[in-house]
Ligand binder design. Structure first.
Ligand code: PLP
Length: 366
């Protein structure tokens, strides 16, 4: 069944057309020299988007969560103290994953809808080996100050590692891995990068690389082994690790090319103006935004469901009558907020107008 839908929810965004074309090209073998140079170029494009010169910058084979797993698997030894800032579902997930790799987790809870407080996170433990936080919390639509956190952590202890979840921020709002001093960061392709889900762009600082776990308890996500394939072994040459998802990497390569051709500054500005248009329109409709003012993500707007309105019914009507999917809330906010994404190719004022017009009709607020 062919369905023509505009996905405005926090799930996969509509891909950039270039990324879709990238998927439909002839599939290359994973050891084909043409693919290997495309992989090298993809990694170089990722460095530009991450704001890093990290040699170890690559797409991992799997969705965003595999980036989270890889970070903890390679950076945490059983018994290490890890501080995690939690202000939504994905901070919760970090706590879960860190614990599974044997970390002693100190969680620092914040209200959902609020950004993390770097000072509280810093004060939670005097000498953690790693501090983790989510840059753009998709469950709440909130941006946190990762740069402030990373600077404070490293000023106190230059050896501590900082891990940032950038699944919903990369290529939507500025991410500056080197300037901020982030040691490990991961993203997903399906959000602002505007590529189908399936890869986890990942980057590791030299400090984190030197301190990595020699033999992590996962073979598939052992960054040492993956690095031997992606960057070559010390003896030279690439060593097979697993078959790279070549079509997905070709698609990411094309999507990144589109973003860099447009210009990162322009891409951020496009997300900012589309998000602003949407937020203004929702307020003009008499709706109340959920995320704390000054910390709202332009690429993901969260809004309270008005009293007496059935959240699910509105979402179904938008989907069935207008082909527009918006997201429900998460956890205790499941039926209390909506999450409306304008990411990647969808981050355009006309998309904002479209969803505003359909929502106001469905709510009878014209
Ligand atoms: N972190 C954040 C902030 C996310 O939004 C998501 C997914 O939406 C993930 C992690 C997990 O990514 P995935 O669902 O691609 O595995």
């Amino acid at each position: 069944m062919l369905v023509d839908r505009l996905l405005l929810g926090p799930g996969p965004s509509n891909p950039y057309p270039e990324a879709t074309e990238g998927l439909s090209r002839p599939v290359l073998g994973h050891l084909d020299p043409a693919f290997l140079s495309l992989l090298d170029e993809t990694n170089e494009r990722l460095r530009a988007v991450w704001g890093t010169r990290n040699a170890r910058t690559l797409p991992l084979s799997g969705t965003g969560s595999i980036g989270m797993e890889a970070a903890f698997a390679n950076a945490v030894r059983p018994g290490d103290t890890v501080v995690i800032a939690v202000n939504g579902l994905f901070g919760e997930r970090m706590v879960d994953v860190a614990g599974r790799y044997g970390a002693e987790v100190v969680r620092v809870d914040h209200d959902w809808g609020a950004p993390i407080d770097p000072q509280r996170v810093l004060d939670a433990h005097p000498r953690p080996s790693l501090v983790g936080a989510v840059h753009a919390e998709t469950s709440t639509g909130v941006r946190s100050e990762i740069g402030t956190l990373a600077t404070a952590v490293h000023e106190r202890d230059p050896d501590a590692l900082v891990l940032a979840d950038c699944v919903t921020s990369l290529a939507g709002i500025p991410v500056e891995v080197d300037e901020w001093g982030v040691d490990l960061a991961y993203a997903g392709t399906q959000k602002c990068l505007g590529v189908a889900p399936g890869l986890a762009p990942f980057t590791v600082s030299e400090r984190a690389w030197q301190r990595r776990v020699a033999q992590p308890p996962t073979w598939y996500l052992d960054l040492g082994l993956i690095g031997n394939y992606v960057s070559g072994t010390e003896a030279g040459g690439r060593a097979y690790h697993h078959t790279a998802p070549t079509a997905m990497i070709a698609s990411l390569h094309a999507g990144l090319g589109r973003i860099l051709d447009e210009g990162l500054g322009e891409v951020y500005a496009r997300h900012a103006s589309a998000g602003q248009r949407l937020a203004d329109g929702l307020r003009a409709m008499g709706l109340e935004l959920f995320a704390a003012e000054g910390h709202r993500l332009p690429e993901l707007t969260t809004v309270w469901v008005p009293d007496g309105v059935d959240s699910g019914k509105v979402r179904t009507q938008l989907l069935e009558e207008y082909g527009i999917e918006i997201g429900a809330g998460v956890g205790e906010y499941a039926s209390r907020i909506w999450r409306i994404g304008l990411m990647g190719h969808n981050a355009r004022p006309d998309r904002a107008e479209l969803v505003l017009s359909a929502l106001s009709t469905v709510l009878g607020r014209r």
